[in-house]
Each structure stands twice: as C-alpha cells, then as structure tokens.
Ligand binder design. Structure first.
Ligand SMILES: [Zn+2]
Length: 364
C-alpha cells in the first residue's frame, strides 16, 4: 500500500480545466446553439477545429483516457468515487463536443441549402434569342401594305391537284408548265404548286366575289439552283374581283404599293406580257430604290427593277369557279418575295436566304 497521497480529485479537475480552456470558444454553440451569425466558411472552419479538440481530449492518449485507465489502479476505497467523477467528466466532455458539433452542422447544412437554392429574384441567364427571317420581315411589310388597302391574307395548300395548279388557271393541256420537266409531281399525280395563283381559285370558291386577297407562300419549280434561281421560292399573289374593275385599278394599286414600300417618289412602268390566267397581261417594273432611276449595279444600269407579272383575270378563270365574267371583273398580280429581298439586302446569291446559316441570318 502506497503511503503517497494522490490527489485524484485534483487530477480530474485539471483535465476538466484543460478541456474548458480549449472548448471555451465553442461553448456558446453547446449552450444555446447560437450559430446564426456564422458564415458558411466560418462554420466549416470551426467544425474542423472542434474535431481537433475532440481528438486532443478524447483520443487514446488524451489526459481523459489516462484517467479512465487509472480507475482500475486506484485504491479500492477511493475507486468508486474516482470512477464516478471520471465518468461524469467524460460524459460532460463528450456531450459538450456533440452538442457544439451538431449546432455547427445544422448551420452548415442550412447555409449550403441557401447557396444552392435558386434565387428567383436574380436575373436569369438569357437564352440566345433569334429573330424573324429576312423573307418573313419583308413578307410582313408587304402584307401590312395590302391589309391597309383592304386586302385579307389567304393561305392555300402547297400540294395541289391538276385542277387548281393548271386547269382552273386556264393553262392548256399541252402547256410546257404542266411538263414534269417544269413541275414536281408526286407518284399519284398531285403536284407541288408552281405558282401562288392556285390560291385565287381556292379564295373565290371559299368566299364569293367581291373579294380582295393576297396569298404569300412557297412555290416549287424544277430549276437548277444558282445565284438567282432556287427550286423553291416565295411568291405573293394578289387578287381583286369586284364589279367594274379595269386596268386603271391594277396600275393604281401596284403603283401605290411600291410607293408605300420604297418611298413616295417611286415610279412604275408597265410592259405588255402574256400569262394564261390573265388577259390582258403585263409586267410591272418600278424605279430602282437605290439610284432612283439613274442606273446602278443593282438595277444593272437600267434604272428599273422588275416587280412581277399581272393582268386582268381571264374570263375562263372566273368561269372555272362559276363567277360570271359579265358581272365581275378583276385583276391579279404575283410578286417574287425572295428576289425582292435579295435586291433590298443586296445579296449576291439568293440561296443564302434558304441555307439557314446563322452567320448570315444574324445580320438582319
Ligand atoms: Zn439602280
């Protein structure tokens, strides 16, 4: 039996004090979970430091572990009390560490959720925005002009029967336009419309005269693509059928149209022509919008630009839809939208309009 007086109580207190000194700055998280003011990196730093404190004070070589080992070696009469106080200290240390750690973890998880949450008040990342195709832009300008003159916008099918594409338009049986060399046929005898004039027939069947319609749309012809031709292109058909309509109305309408599109000083001229579905027929030209008629590269030095074909609706076309040519007369015209678009934007090649290359389209 050793006569040496060992201060067991003092040893326990010393270990407690050492722990308290290091744990002191974490105590507020244990006592009232006061962690609301911590920023995320701050809380994460404290959690790491707390873990070091736990290692120093509870690991195998810690002073607390030494006290635990000592319990068995303490004289029997002291053992119970010593063991109890060491156990209480151990509970206190572990519980303090656990509570502070839990409070810090709660704070960290909260801040992480905050950081990942989508803030709906922040401006979003804007998706790359497209805009209307140059042909669409021009088509809409043309539509606006005619709508202001009392026309309505009609639509028609792109695949047509012989009746709509040719017969009702007074195109004779053996006309070359009907040839498969000029027109795309399907295997069951339908064809892709070769002009928007087909909509004249649909429109007059749908709504009886008097009527004013325009019909923009795609048409198809068997052409070899080059800088000025494409097998698919955009036309705009116009049709007016009323009582007492004559060539003067047609000329006035087209002249007013180009003045509204290209400016009030734009002039027009008309040349006789031939189309199966109009009689008489004429080609309309307008003074070059770039040089004003003096002659430039755009108008190939002539001062004039071709607008399109037109004429008085052929009586046979009216008869094909059971409209009496003695009662009604009218005029029709067709404009090439893409060719006009190519001139307005001075494109060297109209195929650019159909290739959908963003580098080209972005320029409009
Ligand atoms: Zn010119």
């Amino acid at each position: 039996m050793s006569s040496e007086v060992v201060d067991y109580k003092g040893q326990v207190e010393a270990v407690r004090e050492a722990f308290e000194r290091e744990f002191g700055r974490f105590a507020r998280f244990r006592d009232n979970e006061e962690s609301e003011s911590l920023a995320l990196d701050e809380a994460e730093g404290l959690l790491r430091e707390l873990s070091d404190v736990r290692t120093r004070h509870t690991a195998k070589k810690s002073a607390l572990s030494q006290l635990m080992k000592l319990i068995g070696r303490v004289p029997a009469e002291e053992r119970a009390r010593f063991g109890q106080s060491v156990q209480l200290l151990n509970n206190y240390v572990v519980e303090s560490l656990d509570k502070a750690q839990a409070a810090l973890k709660v704070r960290i998880e909260f801040l992480q959720r905050e950081r990942e949450r989508v803030d709906v008040t922040l401006p979003g990342r804007r998706p790359r925005r497209g805009h209307l195709h140059p042909i669409t832009l021009l088509r809409q300008r043309i539509e606006d002009i005619f709508v202001a003159m009392g026309y309505s916008v009609e639509d028609g099918p792109e695949v047509e029967t012989e009746f709509y594409n040719f017969t009702a338009l007074n195109i004779p049986e053996l006309h070359p336009a009907r040839s498969p060399q000029d027109t795309f046929y399907t295997t069951d005898g339908l064809s892709l419309r070769s002009q928007t004039s087909t909509v004249q027939i649909h429109a007059m069947q749908r709504r009886r005269p008097p009527l004013r319609v325009i019909a923009p749309g795609r048409v198809f012809r068997r052409d070899t693509p080059d800088a000025t031709h494409n097998p698919m292109f955009f036309q705009l058909e116009g049709l007016l059928v009323e009582r007492g309509i004559n060539m003067g109305h047609l000329k006035g309408t087209l002249s007013e149209f180009v003045r509204r599109l290209f400016g009030p000083s734009t002039r027009t001229r008309f040349r006789p022509s031939y189309f199966p579905f109009t009689e008489p027929s004429m080609e309309a030209d307008y003074s070059c919008f770039k040089c004003g008629g003096a002659g430039c590269r755009l108008c190939k030095g002539s001062g004039w630009i071709e607008l399109g074909g037109s004429g008085m609706v052929h009586p046979n076309v009216l008869r094909a839809v059971r409209v009496d040519p003695e009662e009604f007369s009218g005029f029709a015209f067709g404009l090439g939208i893409d060719r006009m678009c190519g001139l307005m934007y001075e494109l060297d090649d109209i195929r650019l309009l159909f290739e959908n290359d963003v580098r080209f389209l972005e320029q409009f």
